[in-house]
Design a protein around this ligand. Structure first.
Ligand code: ASP
Length: 348
């Protein structure tokens, strides 16, 4: 098929990938992405128009706040018709949170939004950033036989692997293979060629409505990780604080928490006071099933809702998104149980 030259917008937010070593004193400085082609000349071998938008200030992704997600979503919304795909350069520490959030904020997405970064600065000799960036650009511009984008999803490309953004989690602070999506196989793997796992990739239907950018997020959510020795005071703070609308309970195994003593009563109290309480597992893979053990059933009976096999990162941003759309707990609960962007394995 004869297509015009595809165009990609590189959105640079900060993180290790954008660093370059000063040849004199060895210190790391952010790299000027407006000169990206001279720094990564391989990119010019693609028949692509590549433009760059650099956020200011550039940040370590540990400083990411929902405001950055709104800025990225707004930028993509504004530039949506001008580009075939978007590559977001982002620090690895919170990349899974940001990719999850963008997946909810960009409804009816029909173009690729590929997050990438690196463990070593792009200017370092053994950098993984060069390969990650080149392949992320290739994936963001890839089309099928009909000319449709191969991956019209928010995803993360890292170490030869493309993952759905809202299924991914950072698993290593030092290996090049830093991300996994334990409950969903990769959407693509880069070897000699890029092998796309087509049946897994979400696509809008032919009559799909156009992109909706959701900028409103309600961040009144807390996360309580269950652990031996948890005290009623600490648990009460996370479950019952008046400023909180929803609580993510990070539970053991298939969704279990202490069934004896004060804990179930405190959960019931939080539920009665209107908090939406969601159960996700601390395990890296597998799903919550509150019917499996009595210790899970107690939570279900106390009003806790299953988060199925969602990651904490995906559940947090899903809650931010749905609470902003839902005036009541019941409205939020209905949306929560739906698979909105492929973030859970449940098909409804
Ligand atoms: N702390 C850095 C960040 O997340 C690490 C990285 O970029 O990989 O921004």
């Amino acid at each position: 098929m004869n297509r015009k030259k595809a165009s990609i917008l590189l959105i640079y937010t900060g993180g290790t990938i954008g660093m370059k070593q000063d040849p004199v004193d060895g210190t790391l400085h952010p790299f000027d992405f407006s000169h990206i082609i001279s720094e990564v000349p391989e990119l010019s071998k693609f028949a692509l128009k590549i433009d760059c938008h650099t956020f200011s200030p550039l940040i370590d992704s540990s400083d990411v706040q929902p405001g950055l997600w709104k800025d990225i979503a707004t930028l993509i919304g504004r530039k949506y018709d001008q580009y075939d795909g978007f590559v977001v350069l982002h620090g690895t520490d919170t990349m899974a949170y940001s990719a999850s959030a963008l997946s909810f904020m960009l409804e009816n997405l029909s173009k690729p939004v590929v997050f990438t970064g690196s463990q070593l600065p792009i200017g370092a000799l053994r950098t993984d950033g060069r390969e990650n960036l080149i392949s992320a650009v290739e994936i963001a511009s890839a089309h099928d036989e009909e000319g449709n984008p191969m991956v019209p999803e928010v995803c993360i490309f890292f170490d030869y692997t493309l993952l759905r953004g809202n299924r991914a989690t950072k698993v290593s602070s030092e290996n090049f293979s830093a991300f996994r999506s334990p409950n969903l196989p990769p959407l693509a793997e880069a070897g000699i060629s890029i092998r796309f796992n087509r049946p897994l990739i979400r696509r809008p239907g032919p009559e799909a409505p156009s992109l909706i950018v959701h900028r409103d997020l309600d961040t009144r959510v807390s996360i309580l990780k269950i652990h031996p020795g948890l005290t009623p005071e600490v648990a009460r703070y996370f479950l019952c604080s008046p400023g909180i609308r929803a609580v993510i309970l990070e539970t053991y195994g298939s969704g279990n928490a202490p069934a004896k003593g004060w804990f179930p009563e405190l959960v019931r109290e939080a539920d009665r006071s209107g908090k939406l309480i969601v159960n996700v597992t601390q395990c890296l893979s597998g799903s919550v099933d509150m019917d499996l053990y009595a210790t899970g059933k107690v939570l279900k009976d106390a009003g806790v809702v299953s988060g199925y096999d969602a990651t904490t990162e995906a559940m947090l941003s899903k809650l931010f998104y749905i609470l902003a759309l839902s005036p009541t707990k019941e409205d939020a609960k209905k949306l929560l149980e739906k698979n909105l962007r492929g973030e859970i394995s449940k098909t409804l």
